[in-house]
Design a protein around this ligand. Structure first.
Ligand code: FES
Length: 123
């Protein structure tokens, strides 16, 4: 599907240190933007388990661990990895332009729970 991106300028890249996340509310949705050193990624900030703030989780590779009970999420797909239930958070296209992080809130992606379950089974 071809569509035009609708980028929202969010913050200077230096405001999100490497391997950390920051929460921001964009268009009424609280998201967490992570600096993976070579790129930035954006996911919903609220953990689907019990609402933990994923922005405060530990980043390892391309995953983040929820600070409350340890569910791990793939930062590219939003899928929970080896969680006790199939779960996911939405992901949002993110890019950097002239040192500014931009997010397209209109292009949210969410993997289906059955896909998450399949990934968990394969893990
Ligand atoms: S609230 Fe995230 S794992 Fe429980």
């Amino acid at each position: 599907m071809n569509r035009e991106y609708k980028w929202t300028r969010v913050t200077q890249v230096e405001n999100i240190p490497p391997l950390e996340g920051r929460a921001v509310t964009l268009q009424g949705i609280e998201v967490a933007i992570f600096n993976l050193r070579d790129r930035f990624v954006t996911i919903e900030n609220q953990c689907p388990h019990k609402g933990g703030p994923l922005c405060d989780g530990i980043v390892s590779g391309t995953t983040v661990v929820c600070p409350l009970h340890g569910w791990r999420f793939d930062l590219d797909s939003g899928a929970a990895i080896r969680a006790s239930l199939p779960a996911c958070v939405a992901t949002f296209p993110t890019r950097v332009e002239h040192g500014v992080v931009l997010v397209d809130m209109a292009a949210a992606q969410r993997v289906e729970a059955r896909e998450t379950a399949a990934e968990n089974a394969a893990a």
